[in-house]
Design a protein around this ligand. Structure first.
Ligand code: ZN
Ligand code: ZN
Length: 308
């Protein structure tokens, strides 16, 4: 694996782990304390969210430490079958370890009636089968359940983009997705965790033939680097994006000048903070960039205010 923000050299062998599991946890606080202890013991950094419905984790550490953590973690029968995605990293993807208990392991805001993966979710489709569907040019539609800024730097060919900026906004995209109700739909997201709920939500809304990509885009790219998925895969850590090599094209475009880029920025207007693709040329010498004229003006006015 390579990242667009760093070279892969030096820093020894590090690894990022990505895993989730929907499983009924009666005492999420206890599980959180246990996981925190294990992560600290093996010197891992990253983010873990635990809820009554399961666990969602992205952790990073020295290669050996990450494997030893997993061995300890999977001793528990509850987690013995967890599917883990591994990728090479530099060891600096996360500034700290955060283990939190929340209401959900992905923030959709759906009620249990609207989407409960422990009760019902879409049929899984493996990367191998999806690849064969592409090869056969079968009649199906990929619906990308990630946020719009993630979609911007990479996505499957001809994927439908709901155009949401957060998972909890999926209900706002239903009008756009409505025409796909009778189609064969394959939902995709980074590692699969969001699709468990998003595809369940589609089934609940009367979609008739819904599949979810097993292991998410991560697993697909790992098996078929440079194939069908165009561009690079957004990550929620300091790597920004990642890919697995293969012949690939940069498809991300600077939000300001449309120059090809895979580099993300946050709008320098603190009341905006839009997360978007911005090329080097569109940043000021300090690296600041604003998403719009309005935000640039806002920053100029604010600095005048401070100077005065
Ligand atoms: Zn630009
Ligand atoms: Zn802005």
């Amino acid at each position: 694996m390579t990242t667009s923000t760093h070279s892969d050299t030096a820093h020894g062998a590090h690894q990022a782990l990505l895993f989730y599991m929907y499983v009924m946890l009666s005492e999420p606080e206890k599980v959180a304390a246990h996981v925190r202890l294990l992560a600290e013991k093996h010197r891992l950094l990253g983010r873990v969210i635990i809820a009554h419905e399961g666990i969602n984790a992205t952790l990073e550490g020295a290669l050996k430490d990450t494997e030893e953590f997993l061995a300890d973690f999977m001793v528990d029968d509850l987690f013995a079958a967890v599917q883990v995605k591994r990728s090479k990293s530099r060891g600096d993807s996360f500034p700290k370890l955060s283990v939190k208990v929340r209401d959900e392991i992905v923030g959709t805001g759906f009620t249990r009636e609207e989407a409960d993966p422990l009760r019902r979710t879409a049929t899984y489709i493996s990367p191998e089968v999806l690849r064969s569907w592409y090869a056969e040019e079968r009649d199906f539609v990929v619906v990308d359940m990630r946020n719009n800024y993630e979609f911007a730097s990479g996505h499957f060919a001809n994927a439908v983009e709901p155009g949401i900026s957060a998972s909890r906004h999926l209900p706002l995209a239903m009008e756009k997705l409505e025409p796909l109700k009778q189609k064969t739909v394959v939902t995709v997201c980074t590692g699969g965790i969001r699709c468990e709920k998003m595809s369940a939500y589609l089934l609940n809304k009367g979609f008739s033939d819904v599949y979810q990509l097993e292991g998410g885009i991560h697993s697909y790219m790992e098996k078929y680097p440079g194939k069908d998925f165009q561009g690079t895969l957004y990550t929620f850590d300091q790597r920004q994006t990642m890919h697995f090599g293969g012949k690939r094209e940069v498809i991300g475009q600077c939000h300001l000048c449309t120059e090809k880029t895979e580099s993300y920025a946050d709008c320098g207007n603190d009341t905006c903070h839009l997360h978007f693709l911005a090329c080097e040329k569109c940043r000021d010498p300090q690296g600041n960039v604003y998403c719009s004229h309005a935000c640039t003006q806002f920053a100029i006015d604010a600095s005048k205010f401070i100077d005065a």
